[in-house]
Design a protein around this ligand. Structure first.
Ligand SMILES: [Zn+2]
Length: 149
């Protein structure tokens, strides 16, 4: 089993009608079809708009969510967030809490973070300020949101 240090939350930054399998296809499908052609998808779990949690990659294998940290991360993702908007449905919010809870039980030492919390702290003030974010993903502050989960 891998040594998991992070449970990383993402959004697709796409339409909420997307299904998990479309996201996986976009990551792993052929470049000739406009996909990324990766050997592994971006996330282990994808939470669809209706709250359905789809397992998209085995936890013991490395996915492609956060550059430089994938070997030590479980990547989970909610469908939505187009225009950097936090438009999670109530069903998604509940499903994400449940998923984080299950993963925290499995990896008690893992820290829950948002993708954007891996940005560089350029001014060294100990927090990632909005202007320092590599991208907005997952469009909400995951650290305070899941601190008690
Ligand atoms: Zn992300």
């Amino acid at each position: 089993m891998r040594n998991i240090k992070y449970i990383v939350v993402h959004c697709t930054a796409g339409n909420q009608k997307q299904k998990a399998k479309d996201v996986v296809y976009f990551h792993t499908g052929p470049k000739s079809k406009g996909c990324y052609g990766w050997s592994a998808p971006g996330y282990h779990y994808i939470v669809e708009a209706d709250g359905t949690v789809v397992s998209t990659w085995p936890e013991d294998r490395i996915s492609n969510g956060v550059k430089g940290h994938n070997a030590e991360s479980i990547n989970i993702c909610w469908v939505g967030g187009l225009g950097a908007m936090d438009n999670r449905t109530e069903e998604q919010k509940r499903a994400l809490v449940n998923l984080v809870r299950v993963l925290k039980e499995r990896y008690p030492d893992a820290e829950v973070r948002g993708h954007r919390d891996f940005s560089e702290d350029k001014n060294g003030n100990g927090i990632i300020d909005p202007w320092e974010r590599i991208k907005e993903c997952p469009c909400f502050d995951a650290i305070p949101e899941y601190k008690d989960v």
